[in-house]
Design a binder for this molecule. Structure first.
Ligand SMILES: Cc1cc2nc3c(=O)[nH]c(=O)nc-3n(C[C@H](O)[C@H](O)[C@H](O)COP(=O)(O)O)c2cc1C
Length: 335
């Protein structure tokens, strides 16, 4: 180093790019479906150019008004929503939203929802021909709709059936299946959808939950229950990403989009180390739209401090504690 040079002058910037089943992302950050509309509605708040890619609100075959308000309530460490998949429907999406998404200049992933296998397939088949769309994220995990929704995502046989049916009509796009955390073992569902043809997995969707108005002795949400998101769910979501990576995804070479309460760079790093390749940011955007910029700065700082040339080097590098040696555990010695 010559006089006047500093480490920051000369150090190359860490490479934040990742590859999501063939989709090249400039960095791992995506939006979480349903938290940034179809992009342009949020462009005054969130600097979309910073993102690695964009994930749309769920699209269904017909337009949906969603549930009656109130359909969002804040909790101490997150929020509960029961939007009920309100969206413009496939035709309006293709006509009005796709041209705007083309101008984004980022890989676009469209989230697809429905109430029966047939309508999921119709939406997926139409989107399979849309140039700007790189991936389809199949929402089989929405807790806020009466028919379909979560039931596909909580039963391995149904999860497998719907994935296989959609796999037949999706030939040009990366097929991502979004899993529900409302199950005993998320790895069982992950294995079912991977064996049925999923190219990638997203996890997690929201946790079914309730907030009670104690004065009225009624649920706060008209729907009764809603889906919990935000910081409250993060450690459970990190565990689930670890479990799916460890049991299914690593061996199958199927990348994971991790999400659930990501707010700071440290949270993003937890998910990457646990096995996620990309990360979706949702609830945090409502509290602080500059979240992606702060996370990206933090990822660069971490890489520089640990002398890591590329962020992808840390994916799935969690080191579990060695089993204890020495005296047998109390449990073992009681047997
Ligand atoms: C207001 C709101 C609307 C959502 N709508 C959808 C949706 O339409 N489709 C979907 O797959 N997930 C939806 N989600 C779930 C998020 O994409 C994400 O899985 C979840 O919120 C966890 O991430 P977070 O804690 O960063 O928000 C929604 C979440 C929120 C808060």
């Amino acid at each position: 180093m010559t006089g006047g040079d500093t480490l920051t002058d000369t150090a190359p910037q860490p490479d934040l790019s990742v590859n999501l089943a063939g989709i090249e992302l400039a960095n791992p950050l995506l939006t979480a479906s349903g938290t940034s509309g179809y992009a342009w509605e949020y462009s005054d708040f969130v600097d979309l150019r910073l993102l690695g890619g964009f994930v749309t609100k769920s699209i269904t075959l017909a337009p949906r008004k969603g549930n009656e308000p109130p359909r969002i309530v804040e909790t101490r460490a997150g929020m509960l929503n029961a939007i009920g998949l309100a969206n413009v429907g496939l035709e309006a999406f293709l006509r009005d939203k796709v041209p705007q998404l083309r101008e984004l200049g980022k890989p676009v992933i469209v989230n697809v929802a429905g109430t029966a296998i047939d309508d999921y397939c119709q939406v997926a088949a139409r989107l399979d021909d849309v140039d700007v769309v790189r991936g389809l994220e199949l929402n089989i995990s929405c807790p806020n709709v009466k028919e379909g929704g979560i039931t596909f995502g909580t039963d391995p046989a149904q999860a497998s059936r719907i994935t296989a049916a959609i796999r037949k009509v999706v030939r040009n796009k990366v097929l991502i299946v979004k899993l529900s955390p409302n199950v005993t073992d998320i790895a069982v569902i992950a294995r079912a959808v991977v064996e049925a043809g999923a190219d990638a997995l997203s996890l997690v969707n929201t946790f079914t939950a309730m907030v009670v108005d104690v004065e009225k002795r009624r649920p706060m949400l008209t729907n009764g229950t809603g889906g919990l998101s935000g910081p409250a769910i993060r450690p459970i979501a990190v565990y689930m990403v670890h479990r799916v990576y460890d049991q299914v995804a690593r061996q199958a070479k199927v990348p994971i989009i991790g999400m659930g309460g990501i707010q700071f760079a440290r949270d993003a790093l937890e998910f990457l180390i646990a096995g996620a390749t990309a990360l979706s940011i949702g609830t945090a955007l409502f509290a602080d739209p500059t979240t992606p910029a702060k996370i990206l700065d933090g990822l660069r700082e971490y890489c520089t401090r640990h002398k890591i040339a590329a962020i992808r080097e840390i994916i799935g590098t969690l080191k579990l504690h060695e089993p204890a040696t020495g005296p047998k555990s109390t449990y073992a010695s009681q047997k």
